[in-house]
Design a protein around this ligand. Structure first.
Ligand code: SF4
Length: 325
């Protein structure tokens, strides 16, 4: 079995927006004595953290209909997660009598503000991002009269090609890659519009992760991307890591490594050293990263399996500090 050399793409662990949302939710849990704390949508795209939250009475609902099953007399708090939501959703929750804790990430709130301000000034709002992602839906919800649209990889929609729109503002979903934003911008024929404003609304922290991920490519044999399957920023990291010489896998938790064929094959074929790059999504806890490190080392028979916590306490911070990427 080879010796494992781990290289981290930093930052690791929760991003600033997720940490903030978690802190606000846990504070609400302390203050809300009787009733549950309800998050509007899953707070974090991480199954382990979600089940821990459920154990402490923090549940999630997907829509207003599900929320209406809770009794307002229990005085439950409703948390708007870091993705944010449309103002009309917030209004509806208030009308139902719930207390709102707004944990919208300030970076996402900034995009919504731009959408709102520019649409009031008569600009058509175009957001480059996935129209079905909750963040994009929330941002578009800040624009009145449907004078907005989300575009991603597809061709530009008819409305932007029929000369119906004269002035437009282009914004980005916070977690898409810089390359995706630039390639969408290039699709616009600047001669067709009186004015196009482009505002860089990409999240700086997500960009740092993406840059670090690109630096890792080709310098390691195996890249492990850790994060939820429905996490947009993890998807971006996976896409960026793919297509190089390094093999890339995405997992949500360390146990998935055990049966992973790519991992098994590489461990059995590598003779001396296997360089493994570790990348984590913005809603992956640092403890999950530590578990992945101990599991891959245990599979290479370097450390006993299940020693994650011990390893975390004794070595992990040091390992992170010494592995600049
Ligand atoms: S990835 Fe960026 S925009 Fe998204 S929650 Fe984290 S800090 Fe906020």
């Amino acid at each position: 079995m080879p010796k494992i050399k781990v290289v981290f793409a930093k930052p690791l662990g929760f991003c600033f927006g997720v940490k903030r949302a978690l802190r606000l939710t846990l504070n609400a849990r302390k203050k809300t004595k009787a009733g549950p704390v309800i998050t509007f949508g899953e707070l974090i795209h991480n199954p382990q953290v979600l089940s821990e939250l459920r154990r402490s009475g923090i549940v999630s609902v997907e829509n207003l209909n599900e929320l209406s099953r809770y009794n307002v007399k229990d005085n439950p708090a409703v948390v708007i997660r870091s993705h944010g939501c449309a103002p009309e959703i917030k209004e509806a929750i208030k009308k139902m009598g719930f207390n709102i804790i707004d944990a919208t990430c300030p970076t996402v709130r900034r995009v919504s503000k731009f959408a709102q301000v520019f649409s009031k000034k008569g600009y058509f709002v175009v957001i480059v991002g996935n129209k079905d992602h909750p963040e994009v839906k929330g941002i578009l919800g800040h624009v009145k009269d449907q004078k907005c649209i989300a575009v991603y990889h597809a061709k530009l929609p008819q409305i932007l090609r029929r000369n119906e729109v004269k002035k437009l503002v282009l914004l980005a979903q916070t977690t898409i890659t810089k390359e995706e934003f630039l390639s969408a911008i290039k699709k616009f024929d600047f001669a067709e519009f009186d004015e196009i404003k482009i505002i860089n609304t990409l999240c700086k922290e997500a960009q740092l992760r993406q840059r670090s991920c690109q630096n890792l490519k080709n310098h390691v044999e195996l890249i492990i991307v850790i994060g939820g399957r429905n996490s947009a920023n993890t998807k971006s990291l996976y896409k960026l890591a793919s297509g190089a010489r390094s093999k890339v896998i995405q997992i949500t938790k360390s146990q998935e490594l055990i049966k992973n064929k790519v991992v098994r094959k590489m461990l059995s074929e590598s003779q001396h050293e296997l360089k493994v790059g570790i990348i984590s999504g913005a809603s992956t806890p640092i403890e999950a990263v530590a578990e992945v490190v101990t599991t891959i080392k245990a599979l290479a028979q370097e450390t006993p399996a299940g020693s994650g916590n011990k390893f975390f306490k004794s070595h992990f911070k040091e390992v992170i500090n010494n592995n600049e990427c």
